[in-house]
Design a protein around this ligand. Structure first.
Ligand code: MG
Length: 373
């Protein structure tokens, strides 16, 4: 018999949002992967995935570090759980079963752990949340009836039970059940609730708002910094714009210091290394390279890694020339290369009041911060 088995429900259709919410990466990882990680970190020792035809191939491709099986989901959530429980009954059984909706991918591992502990002790551990909003029940006559807020509880997942008890509960009428706890209750058991930190983010990805919350939860930030020497006989290019000046920046590529700092910030936010790793200055391919092309390539890598670009904020550190007349064209060119709105690119400049090498006109530096979702 297995000890603690997780049933991960990956069969929910997700046509409501216009894309597959379970299979679309959120900052590099899908909801299925995030939920799986939380279950494993919370102490689950074996996983049964209930999948739909659309999620099956993806789930099969996952490297799961514990024993795992895949069963076909049903037409409803309850049917999917039933399939998984039946499979488990025929294949080794379990002591404790933690049932979790993959769409609740922001569940803290501590919630999983506490739910399992509670089920060990009391037979069940249902992650639940109190409600802060005044809640009313609309009567059959259309008149709302205020409910006693302090006694209201919203069910989340995981919902964890002793295997034999939840198996028995699933012999009941599945047609009206929207969660496991309702069936458990209908079978005559009294569920134990677990109230944990993190209930506010343990939302099911249902609406566009939930999706935004998930993106914000997993925002990543990166910083970048670069310096190039100012010399005679070179063009000065900043943010992809040629700026008339008596000197230009020295470098293997076009030495666009601003764009380089932005590239490093983006790569950093995605943990993809730095500009030197992807576009080495020893590679003749990048001699005289247009840095905006490198920026485009960086944006492509970032998207491939499952991120979307949130915002860029960059500062150019230069004593001269005055850059203000060029800001808008730089922002436009950078935004076009990144395929983002111009409002997502913020540019600033500072002098060093004549101090440091920038202040003495020996070089120009730039720093940047990027956020990715
Ligand atoms: Mg550079």
């Amino acid at each position: 018999m297995s000890g603690v088995v997780g049933i991960l429900l990956c069969a929910g259709g997700s046509t409501r949002m216009g894309f597959d919410k379970l299979l679309t990466p959120i900052a590099g990882k899908t909801a299925i992967e995030r939920s799986l990680e939380a279950l494993l970190r919370g102490g689950v020792e074996r996983i049964i995935f209930a999948v739909s035809p659309s999620s099956k191939a993806f789930v099969e491709s996952l490297a799961v570090p514990v024993p795992s099986d895949i069963v076909s989901g049903g037409a409803t959530r309850a049917e999917s759980v039933k399939h998984a429980l039946e499979f488990l009954r025929l294949h080794q059984g379990a002591e404790i079963v933690a049932i979790h909706d993959a769409a609740r991918c922001m569940v803290p591992p501590s919630a999983v752990r506490e739910s399992i502990e509670c089920a060990r002790q009391f037979g069940s551990g249902v992650v639940a949340a109190k409600t802060a909003d005044t809640t009313m029940l609309i009567g059959s006559d259309g008149v709302p009836v205020p409910l006693e807020r302090d006694r209201l509880v919203r069910m989340q997942t995981p919902q964890t039970f002793r295997f034999d008890e939840i198996l028995r509960a699933y012999e009941g009428d599945l047609t009206k059940a929207t969660d496991d706890c309702s069936l458990y209750l209908a079978a005559g058991y009294v569920p134990h609730f677990v109230f944990v930190a993190g209930e506010a983010v343990n939302q099911k990805l249902t609406s566009a708002d939930d999706w935004q919350l998930a993106l914000a939860t997993y925002a990543h930030f990166g910083t970048g910094f670069d310096t190039h020497r100012l010399v005679e006989g070179r063009k000065l290019i900043l943010g992809g714009v040629e700026i008339p000046f008596e000197k230009g920046l020295l470098g293997h590529s076009d030495a666009d210091v601003l764009t380089h700092a932005i590239i490093d910030a983006l790569l950093g936010a995605a943990s993809l290394g730095d500009i030197g790793r992807h576009f080495p200055d020893t590679d003749p391919a990048y001699k005289g390279a247009d840095s905006l092309e490198l920026l485009k390539e960086t944006a492509r890598m970032i998207r491939l890694a499952g991120y979307s670009i949130g915002h860029i904020d960059a500062t150019v550190i230069a004593q001269r020339p005055k850059l203000a007349p060029y800001w808008q064209s730089m922002r436009t060119r950078l935004a076009e290369a990144l395929e983002v709105e111009r409002g997502a690119v913020s540019l600033k400049a500072t002098t060093t009041e004549g101090m440091n090498d920038e202040g003495k006109g020996l070089c120009i530096s730039a720093s940047a911060v990027a956020s990715l979702y």
